[in-house]
Design a protein around this ligand. Structure first.
Ligand SMILES: *Cc1c(COP(=O)(O)O)cnc(C)c1O
Length: 373
């Protein structure tokens, strides 16, 4: 077995061959169109809509600005119900809009917002639900929509992990009022930095496009204090090249996850998520959960042991967003309200996964996990 000499991080961004990208750069240099809905931007919106099987998509400079803008598109105010088990940008998008986050606990199976706990958190000020398809596994979209319909709430999915995921044969982005994507370097489809909002009608797409461009709705008309969150031509060009390699990358991720599942199947005290039903997965993450009592070592001890062996997993998502100082004081941030989230956050380690992770590296990682006694 080859030794693990080089550090292995939780992910390694995928890039195409530079040679493949250069003709696109030459075209940008030739055109002198660098941003503002240029030709590559238009082409990427068109290709992504076809590729994903969705009607409308609007590209952004990053996922966080897309989240911030999505809330403005639907004029969300007051209170929004959301999950503490996510990347901090989910809740920060509410903060930037002066909206009060109301944290609701997650369900234990996949770690997504628990629909059965949403109703108790609704107040007259609630205007929307902001769930996350954590690790790319679909939320209970049907139940969430039922509740939203009863109470007249909007649903915005933070779908930053869910690029390419299909549920019951159609894009997961077809659920909810809006879905927000991230094309950050660490995501399964990257444009270095980047993001998008998916919507279902042309009028909403137009409003999104105004809001990401200072609010300009014409040469002299400004319809709102919009931000500048446009994707530039280099990002869009990279996206066009990345898209060509998407399926081959996902296939490689799938094999890696299958290997992890097999090799870690019978380790006492180590568990992982089931494969979601009716879902075409994107194999974005491989979280494992450490039960200290059964495994004989705490999550943090295993995390440190992996580090000592040059393997850098990440504790996604620990701490909970509700533990950060700007949110800790909220009533809904009380740990008693978020027991399942706390429980899962205390056990999780995401193991390295990326398309070029080699078999001997996976074996090295699983060997460390299996040889704890
Ligand atoms: C990555 C991520 C974001 C933020 O996206 P950026 O493109 O990095 O701004 C938001 N929410 C979740 C759940 C994420 O994982």
């Amino acid at each position: 077995m080859k030794k693990l000499e080089n550090p292995i991080y939780v992910t390694q961004p995928s890039l195409p061959d530079l040679q493949e990208f250069i003709p696109y750069l030459e075209q940008i240099w030739e055109n002198k169109v660098l941003t503002n809905n240029g030709p590559f931007h238009q082409q990427l919106e068109k290709e992504l809509a076809e590729f994903l099987g969705i009607p409308y998509i609007s590209l952004f400079a990053n996922g966080t600005l897309a989240l911030v803008t999505a809330l403005q598109v639907l004029r969300i105010t007051g209170e929004v119900i959301t999950t503490p088990y996510s990347f901090v940008a989910t809740t920060h998008s509410l903060w930037w809009n002066n909206i009060k986050p109301v944290f609701v606990d997650i369900e234990p199976q996949f770690g997504n917002l628990d629909p059965e706990k949403i109703e108790a958190a609704i107040t007259p000020k609630t205007t929307a639900i902001l769930p996350v398809h954590v690790y790319g596994n679909p939320c209970n979209v049907k139940r969430i929509q039922e509740i939203a319909d009863i109470y007249g709430l909007k649903v915005i999915y933070d779908a930053a992990h869910a690029f390419g995921v299909k549920y019951k044969g159609q894009s997961i982005f077809n659920y909810g009022d809006l879905s927000v994507l991230s094309f950050h370097a660490t995501k399964v489809f990257n444009t270095m930095e980047g993001g998008a909002i998916v919507c279902h009608d042309a009028a909403t797409k137009k409003r999104i496009d105004y809001l990401k461009n200072f609010g300009f709705a014409g040469e002299t008309t400004v319809m709102a204090p919009g931000i500048n969150s446009k994707m530039n031509e280099m990002q869009a060009a990279l996206g066009l090249v990345q898209l060509k390699h998407y399926h081959e990358n996902i296939a490689k991720r799938k094999v890696i996850i299958q290997t992890y599942r097999e090799q870690l199947a019978d380790i006492k005290g180590i568990s992982f998520l089931p494969e979601p039903e009716n879902t075409d997965s994107n194999y974005a993450y491989f979280p494992i959960f450490v039960n200290e009592k059964n495994y004989g070592m705490s999550r943090d001890q295993l995390y440190e042991k992996l580090k000592q062996n040059n393997i850098y997993g990440r504790r996604y998502f620990y701490p909970l967003i509700s533990e950060f100082p700007m949110y800790k004081g909220l009533d809904s941030a009380n740990p008693h309200n978020l027991k399942t989230a706390q429980h899962i956050a205390d056990k999780v380690i995401c193991l390295p996964i990326y398309p070029v992770l080699e078999h001997f590296q996976i074996q090295g990682i699983t060997k460390i996990i299996t040889s704890n006694k």
